[in-house]
Design a protein. Structure first.
Length: 166
């Protein structure tokens, strides 16, 4: 039996333990959308995948479709991102809002662009990234993106309320 291997760029949103040495990852991919993927033995010290699957890193990932989850066959880190709370919170929001494996390349490009940019203020980074996520998912209007910080935070909160998460 042969398997098709899909290789795509992905942003590791989160990881949770599975069994003794495995993990399940939530990954926003450019070509496949948001998916859940398992990595076998990744929690072992000798795992080759271990360093390439850190939360919030941008990696080139090869996957095969499994019965329950995608399975990660290889990964190579493209861009490490420090896991500051100001970065983690918008990623958690993204994971909650995106459901299923629907491709949204504009969303992926916006999130990747924000993560690799050199935004000076981490506080403003969080607001800008959350607004980009909500805009690309249809919860904010384009004119909202140009608002000052206070008005933008208000628009973000309204967008989250409209998503029924708040």
């Amino acid at each position: 039996m042969s398997y098709h291997i899909y290789t795509t760029k992905g942003i590791i949103l989160s990881a949770r333990p599975l069994r003794e040495a495995d993990r399940i990852y939530s990954i926003l991919t450019r070509d496949l959308g948001l998916l859940r993927a398992s990595a076998i033995g990744v929690r072992k010290e000798v795992s080759k995948l271990r360093g390439s699957l850190e939360p919030i890193s941008i990696s080139k990932i090869s996957l095969v479709r499994g019965k329950e989850y995608w399975r990660i066959t290889s990964a190579e880190i493209v861009e490490p991102v420090p896991p500051a709370p100001e970065v983690m919170r918008p990623m958690a929001l993204l994971e909650k809002l995106v459901q299923g494996e629907s491709v949204n390349t504009e969303l992926f490009d916006a999130v990747e662009g924000a993560l690799v940019s050199s935004e000076t203020s981490l506080e403003m980074f969080e607001v800008r990234l959350a607004s980009q996520i909500l805009f690309h998912l249809g919860y904010l209007k384009e004119e909202d993106l140009g608002l000052d910080k206070k008005a933008l935070v208000r628009a973000i909160n309204e967008g989250i309320e409209h998503s029924h998460l708040g």
